[in-house]
Design a protein around this ligand. Structure first.
Ligand code: CA
Length: 726
């Protein structure tokens, strides 16, 4: 079902564009410097902060031993167990009513803010789209330094789900950032100046990096993304001091004629290759580790969360079927050598974009009378898994939302009991969850006090169909999003009627939901839990809220003009506890949600920092962002049906990944282009006019005639839905 509501619903897209025009200009100015220059903007550093910055060095050394001070937030999930839990209690369920804004910083972007900042020794380090890193005085937001790695804008085209950055790592006086174009850069934590930089990918292939690096045992580990565009996934470990490569583990087998390849994965790739058929290596195979890693220093095991297959359709990837190891798996590696130790595959032979890259949490749980050291994950496929992290033994697995792809997990074999109807051919099959997943990147949290996991979940449905043909030289999803209109309409209608989201508090021992707070619609953010009996989460209602960790009762909320999709953090400086969160709607969650043409009144993306008694206030929303503009109707189609059909095909090949199937939603809903955007269409698509905003030029792949055909297809789609408001 296509939704193209009359003016109240329609306003969002146009409004969004207008509000952010100024931001685009600023971003463009930032882009002007030569792309090869590593540029830092040093700023005057007041003496008090300088003293703090020196303390940062020793604080970072402490984190090297996994002993981050409880006042700090020095790693993505605060500690190595990735619990997103803080023992701080100054802000608690008794005094939460006094929580107010301490300070905020505008973020110059109109793209998603998925990363959580780090805070160490009174300095807050943040990362934003295009991997720009800023160090702030954590008490008042004064900028200490800013570093722009000058990512070439053409890489915006390769990021399936926005040009986001999911965080930073810190170790021994350095801050580590991984860039969209595949570099890993070590910065001096005091000055923001680069210490070393290493290219971790082959730039002739479609790799991107959106995940946060992690530092384990003196090594910086980083994965990559691109499984929607024909790459082969891997994780690389570099010496944290020098940037010298230590080991690399590939997640899927390569060309058998080129094995062994001198990688840490060599010893297990022959075993993995037995689970593939055909010439899978030609299209990369996928299995990118685009987000989560975890590390147990006692076991010296690194856990990597492996993503989906490339292409999606198994028919085109591994035509004879097979499990396709290590797609959609948690793989445990020895931290010193990178060698394989064990794996658990969540979705054998996956073909629904069921990544197992979601965050992995450690805890000690008493299961069947025995204390177990567990690793927990809620991947996209809708199950919640509890494994023994020493051995990989599956301890339990239950669904968190209604799903249809499997009816359960066979505990004897650890394999899903799959519904055969979800293996799709050319006729679209309705599968739940859809590619957005029951749980995406937005981190869950675990409290060792309540013994509950706090998990943002979504119930979703999607139609999947295999493409008629697939050419590994032009890799993509191997799926089709056109034809079979009646079947697709039925699936869309069901999906629109049944999709919903909520924050779920889950007992991982009994695998039951203890409480839930429903979202207005799906798309709410990552989670923080504290010893103050509080759970914090940004939500789709453009507010930031706190709930009692034990009961789920909402005890506080504040309108923040944005959707904080990132996980909040908390820290204490000079005896004052702060809560910080990045608020910037975008990324994978928005990508899926916008296909329903969500009406959202959002303001500037910001870093928001709260404390008890905070009295800062946000400026009023810009006038144009709260008024519903009268949209001009789309122009008339000015081409033949043949040209429009050609445009549809080209759109599917080049644009749909970011702008949505049938031009519904995506990063920007192109049914809602303004008269100015229509006029500038070729300048944008071929001339790169909006490259700074992530819309790179396609002049190298599209001719003028082809770009015109896409434009006419979009005009046709706009007219189609304009005449069909429901
Ligand atoms: Ca994917």
């Amino acid at each position: 079902m296509r939704r193209f509501r009359s003016s109240p619903g329609r306003g969002g897209g146009a409004r969004h564009g207008r509000v952010t025009e100024g931001v685009i200009l600023v971003a463009r100015r930032l882009r002007r410097a030569p792309s090869t220059v590593l540029r830092t903007v040093p700023l005057p550093v007041p003496g008090r902060i300088l003293a703090r910055a020196l303390a940062v060095v020793s604080a970072l050394l402490l984190t090297a031993a996994g002993q981050a001070p409880s006042a700090d937030w020095a790693m993505v999930g605060r500690t190595l167990d990735e619990q997103h839990f803080s023992p701080l209690t100054q802000i608690n369920d008794k005094n939460i009513g006094r929580l107010g804004l301490a300070w905020y910083a505008d973020i110059q972007t109109e793209r998603g803010m998925e990363g959580s900042p780090l805070e160490i020794g009174g300095v807050l380090y943040n990362v934003q789209p295009w991997n720009i890193v800023t160090a702030y005085d954590a008490t008042n937001g004064k900028v200490l330094w800013r570093y722009d790695p000058q990512v070439p804008t053409r890489f915006g085209r390769l990021a399936c789900c926005d040009i986001v950055s999911r965080g930073l790592a810190a170790y021994d006086g350095k801050i580590y950032v991984a860039t969209l174009d595949g570099r890993l850069i070590a910065l001096d934590a005091r000055s923001g100046r680069p210490v070393w930089s290493v290219l971790t990918v082959d730039n002739s292939k479609n790799y991107t990096i959106t995940g946060a690096p992690r530092v384990y045992a003196g090594k910086v580990l980083i994965g990559n993304g691109g499984a929607e565009m024909g790459v082969r996934g891997y994780v690389t470990a570099y010496d944290a001091e020098t940037g010298k490569q230590d080991w690399r583990f590939y997640t899927v087998p390569g060309d058998p004629a080129k094995m062994p390849e001198g990688a840490a994965s060599d010893s297990v790739m022959a075993k993995a290759a037995k689970t593939w058929t055909g010439q899978w290596w030609k299209a990369g195979g996928g299995g990118t580790v685009w987000d989560s890693l975890a590390y147990d220093p006692k076991l010296r095991l690194v856990y990597i969360g492996v993503g989906n297959g490339s292409p999606w359709a198994q028919h085109w990837r591994s035509p004879g079927g097979g499990d396709n190891l290590f797609l959609a798996s948690i793989v445990a590696l020895n931290v010193d050598t990178g060698h394989y130790v064990w794996h658990y595959q969540t979705t054998p032979g996956e073909e629904w974009d069921y990544t197992a890259t979601q965050q992995m949490i450690f805890a000690d749980l008493k299961i069947d009378g025995r204390m177990r050291q567990v690793i927990m994950q809620a991947p996209k496929n809708g199950f919640f898994y509890v494994l023994d992290r020493r051995t990989g033994q599956l301890l339990s697995a239950k669904t968190t939302v209604p799903i249809n792809w499997a009816s359960g997990i066979d505990m004897k074999t650890g394999r899903p009991i799959e519904n055969p109807a979800v293996r799709y051919g050319k006729v679209p099959a309705m599968v739940s969850p859809g590619a957005g997943g029951a749980h995406n990147f937005n981190p869950m949290a675990y409290s060792p006090l309540t013994h509950l996991v706090y998990l943002p979940v979504s119930e979703t449905y999607m139609g999947y169909a295999a493409a008629d043909s697939f050419d590994p030289a032009h890799p993509g999803l191997g799926t089709s999003f056109s034809g079979y209109d009646a079947e697709r309409k039925k699936i869309s209608e069901y999906a629109d009627a049944h999709s919903r989201g909520w924050l779920s508090a889950r007992d991982p021992v009994t695998q039951t939901e203890i409480w839930r707070t429903p979202d207005e619609q799906k798309g709410s953010g990552g989670v923080l839990v504290t010893a103050g009996n509080l759970v914090f989460q940004g939500n789709i209602a453009t507010t930031f809220a706190a709930y009692r960790a034990d009961t789920g009762q909402k005890v506080w909320q504040m309108p923040v003009q944005q959707v904080p999709i990132a996980a909040p953090i908390t820290y204490m400086v000079d005896g004052v506890q702060y809560i910080a969160v990045n608020a910037g709607w975008g990324g994978g969650l928005a990508h899926v949600e916008r296909s329903n043409y969500t009406k959202l009144f959002i303001g500037k993306p910001r870093l928001l920092v709260f404390k008890l008694g905070g009295t800062a206030t946000l400026p009023p929303m810009p006038k144009e962002s709260v008024e519903v503009p009268e949209l001009a109707p789309p122009p008339k189609v000015a081409a033949s049906a043949d040209v429009v059909a050609k445009g549809e095909q080209l759109y599917g090949q080049n644009c749909a990944l970011c702008h949505g199937v049938e031009a519904r939603g995506g990063v920007k809903d192109l049914r809602h282009m303004s008269p100015q955007t229509h006029a500038d269409f070729l300048a944008i698509v071929l001339g790169g006019r909006r490259a700074a905003n992530g819309m790179a030029s396609f002049a190298d792949v599209l001719s003028k005639d082809q770009a015109e055909a896409i434009h006419q297809y979009l005009v046709a789609r706009a007219n189609e839905d304009w005449d069909n408001p429901k």
